[in-house]
Design a protein around this ligand. Structure first.
Ligand code: CA
Length: 225
């Protein structure tokens, strides 16, 4: 369950948001002042922070400023309608997004999902093998900086090979991972897609990265001359 920290001193709003988010399947903890909120945010327990600006002890902008010294935890600010300066300052200080009070719960949920998705995708690695590079978050493959257009299946197949460089993966393994256990169709589908990848990568760029291991399967490795 994803844990959200809500730093909000207006009890009515805090309770409403907590109730709705809990209903949506999030786990919510509340802090009623900035100092407590900052301490909780720094605990590393949370996936996201909802941060009110006007708070006792430490105001929201100060909480954000201090939090950003050590943490890139997604923060969505809850701002008053006319507080344009707060929004600008907050975004400058590293808030991921803001939502203006009063807000609908649907809008808040959408912002939360977006912020969590962004966090997740920025944590995805860049895979590389020699000149070949794969950005999983952007769904992009390049060879020596040149973009290679791949279909979804081709991308998935290449991703598995890139995640296991030098390891021989059987046709069955590749088939299960890319097409699923319940795939019914051509039994040579893996070979067909390997051929597509070879023509788009090895042949086009005059490389030899995709290797056939006779009777076993395929592996991706850079041949050392
Ligand atoms: Ca407040």
């Amino acid at each position: 369950m994803q844990k959200i920290l809500l730093i909000e001193d207006e009890e009515k709003i805090a309770r409403f948001v907590e109730l709705e988010l809990t209903h949506e399947g999030y786990e919510v903890n509340k802090a009623m002042d900035g100092r407590t909120g900052l301490e909780m945010a720094e605990s590393g327990e949370y996936e996201l922070v909802l941060l009110d600006i006007m708070l006792p002890e430490l105001n929201g902008l100060e909480v954000l400023r201090r939090l950003r010294k050590t943490s890139s935890l997604p923060v969505i600010m809850l701002t008053a309608r006319d507080a344009v300066m707060d929004k600008v300052t907050g975004l400058d200080m590293g808030a991921d997004d803001y939502i203006t009070k009063p807000f609908s719960i649907e809008e808040l949920l959408a912002r939360i999902r977006l912020a969590l998705r962004k966090k997740q995708s920025s944590a995805l690695p860049l895979l590389t093998l020699g000149p070949l590079s794969m950005d999983i978050a952007r769904h992009q493959v390049t060879v020596g900086g040149e973009t290679v257009d791949l279909t979804g299946r081709e991308f998935s197949l290449l991703q598995i090979l890139m995640e296991n460089p030098g390891i021989v993966l059987s046709r069955d393994t590749l088939m299960e991972r890319v097409w699923g256990y319940d795939y019914v169709g051509e039994t040579n589908i893996v070979d067909v897609y390997i051929r597509y990848l070879r023509s788009k990568i090895d042949d086009r760029f005059n490389l030899k990265l995709i290797h056939t291991v006779r009777g076993v399967g395929y592996t991706l490795k850079q041949e050392t001359p």
